[in-house]
Design a protein around this ligand. Sequence first.
Ligand SMILES: *Cc1c(COP(=O)(O)O)cnc(C)c1O
Length: 401
Amino acid sequence: MRSGQTQLFIPGPTNIPEAVRQAMNVPMQDMRAPDFGALTLPVFADLKRVMRTETGTVMIFPGSGTAAWEAAITNTLNPGDRVLMARFGQFSKLWVEMAERLGLSVEVIDVAWGAATPVNEIARRLGADRSGAIKAVFVTHNETATGVTSDVAGVRRALDESLHDALLFVDGVSSIGSIDFRMDDWGVDLAVTGSQKGLMCPAGLGILGVSDKALAAARTATMRRAYFEFADMLAMNATGYFPYTPPTPLIHGLKAALDRILRHEGLEAVLARHHHLAQAVRRGVAAMGLSIVAEHPSLASDTVTAIKVPEGIDAREVIAIAYAEFNTSFGSGLGPLNGRVFRIGHLGDLNEAMVLTALSVAELALVRAGADLRFGAGVGAAQAWFAQARGTAPRLTIAAE
Ligand SMILES: *Cc1c(COP(=O)(O)O)cnc(C)c1O
């Protein structure tokens, strides 16, 4: 038994606000009761606001974000369909693998881990596809493994400019609710997320935004599906019910979380807070003399930062020390980044003081793992940023020799 709180700085599951935790502590209720829709219908409406869609339909599948990936694919595509995907991190890699396992013919564009979706190359391939063989383009909006955010609007433009009518799939698991995401403006046909990242709930809900065009595709798509059948979900959701038992406590939690996002803080303020805190993390990391995986500052994610450890240091050791000695969880380097990178998740229910804790423990753990850096360098840069953001010029220079 260790005293004090364990600090959670992984990019999902994220910290759950106390009010959301309390909201989930409910007796079980009858999911066929006449008033069940009073719980669920406002949740669907709120999710549409978070995804910024008026014309789309939101569905909630018991399952994680990966379940929503599978639901999106199996309902709208046909076996053997050609789809275009860029691979630049662990999550885009897994999405490619799922598409292949499900029997799609995946045209993969490999770019460096640290780069973003190559919009120009996607435009070129769409332009060359005169016969319309490409049935869908998949974009990982925020690649959680590398901390890189892609330009979904740019991909939409590429589709429009080549008059291509492929469906646009977007993985927004670590962006929706934390980074600007516009389902209608960007013409996203399938927007995928889960409950445990920006939405500040436990894992367990795979959430999908589905455009009218995707719904039309679902009426003729021949890929096999059963549990994830849109038609079953749509028929029941229309009045607030589910085709199978929904996890009602999670829906209560999601309702409370959406209330915080939309009515207490406001979606714009939530996005601005994520940007503000991410800037502090990036300034802190730079002041420690470390670099991030994102190839260019303009690509750096506002929800997660993947940090390269100095030569000769094992990132796994940094993570292990942070956990064992300082009760703090950082995200690991995934795939080829394992051992070379640790990640700070900075999304969901987070504030400035928490960011200072993350940077402070990161410094300690790095030094304990053998890195040569000056205590306070990263924390000081973040403190200076927070002071500057309030219009106060920092009067102290922190961490002088
Ligand atoms: C977390 C994550 C996933 C996987 O979601 P699960 O809920 O773990 O299934 C997929 N894509 C991205 C970008 C993620 O961050």
